[in-house]
Design a protein around this ligand. Structure first.
Ligand SMILES: Cc1cc2nc3c(=O)[nH]c(=O)nc-3n(C[C@H](O)[C@H](O)[C@H](O)COP(=O)(O)O)c2cc1C
Length: 299
């Protein structure tokens, strides 16, 4: 099977997850410069912002990078037009089905790596041409599915023949080696890169990750089919309460702009998306060190 390094033209099989509001050009370019694959979190960007950000990454690095699109975003159709014009080397897709534009992107030579939450979904996406799949377990930060990383990655590996990237709970050489031993060609990490020097977010957000233990996050919104893993703060408790009462309107109102508030450091009312792996992160490091600490101890 082709290696992730060969497929994407990168040095190390480590992808930085495309995190909305967090994964902007400084972070994505730094990860690519360090030999991984940096990804712009395109989900919340207007088409114009996306174009600017793609150009900014290109001004900072000549190495491959990617763009993450969430197919529930209000902008996604216009974002695809920008992608077709700017041609970033890689696209990852979150929520939604990329089948309607898969062929057009592939004709432009763009590699497509959809995130999957089940083996069936992975099989469907393999059939329509995914170059690899990213199996993301529910330990992850941000929007999550239902299955844990260890079960999901194993199930996906036993179902598809395209390369499988593991995501969810991976922060260090030990968790990386475990996924590689299982058969994953590489890993995608989100939370570990939130606590990086280059992440363009408030120091308070990074501090929340450092202070967390493995029980500091909660899942909210499953009842409304909008499940996210966030830090257990005051906002999280209010979200849980609204969900328990079945009040979707209040839930959505509380969530509106909550990731922006977290990025700005509002400890009370921000939705600090982060994975259970936050409990394993003890320092804020430059992305180069994060990557070297992993590949330096790979088995
Ligand atoms: C702050 C934050 C925002 C995220 N936003 C997105 C997003 O917009 N699109 C997406 O596909 N995944 C998103 N994710 C998921 C990551 O790309 C990645 O798959 C996940 O964080 C991996 O799990 P980990 O946090 O345990 O490393 C986000 C994660 C975090 C922590």
């Amino acid at each position: 099977m082709i290696s992730l390094e060969e497929l994407l033209g990168i040095e190390y099989p480590i992808i930085q997850g495309g995190m909305a509001r967090v994964a902007k050009a400084p972070l994505a370019a730094a990860v690519s410069e360090a030999g991984g694959l940096g990804i712009l979190g395109g989900a919340s960007m207007t088409p114009e912002e996306l174009r600017d950000q793609i150009r900014e990454v290109r001004s900072r690095t000549s190495k491959p990078f990617g763009v993450n699109l969430m197919l529930q975003s209000e902008f996604w159709q216009d974002q695809i037009k920008v992608v077709l014009e700017e041609c970033p080397p890689v696209i990852t897709t979150g929520a939604g089905n990329p089948s309607s534009f898969m062929k057009t992107l592939k004709e432009k030579g763009i590699k497509i790596l959809p995130l999957v939450g089940s083996a069936n979904q992975a099989l469907m996406l393999e059939k329509i041409g995914a170059d690899a799949v990213i199996a993301e377990g529910k330990e992850s930060g941000g929007h999550i599915g239902e299955v844990t990383t260890i079960v999901l990655v194993n199930a996906v590996l036993k179902t598809v023949s395209v390369p499988v990237v593991a995501a969810g709970g991976i922060v260090d050489a030990d968790s990386y080696n475990a996924m590689r031993a299982m058969g994953a060609v590489g890993v995608q990490m989100g939370t570990r890169f939130v606590a990086s020097e280059e992440a363009p977010i408030s120091p308070a957000y990074k501090d929340v990750v450092l202070r967390a233990n493995e029980r500091s996050t909660v899942e909210v919104g499953r009842r409304f089919k909008h499940t996210v893993r966030i830090w257990r703060n005051n906002l999280a408790l209010r979200l849980i309460d609204a969900e328990y009462r079945g009040d979707e309107q209040e839930f959505s109102q509380l969530m509106l702009g909550a990731l922006i508030r977290a990025v700005e450091g509002d400890l009370e009312n921000g939705a600090f998306m982060m994975g259970q792996s936050a409990g394993l992160i003890k320092d804020i490091l430059p992305v180069k060190r994060i990557i070297q600490n992993i590949v330096g101890k790979s088995l």
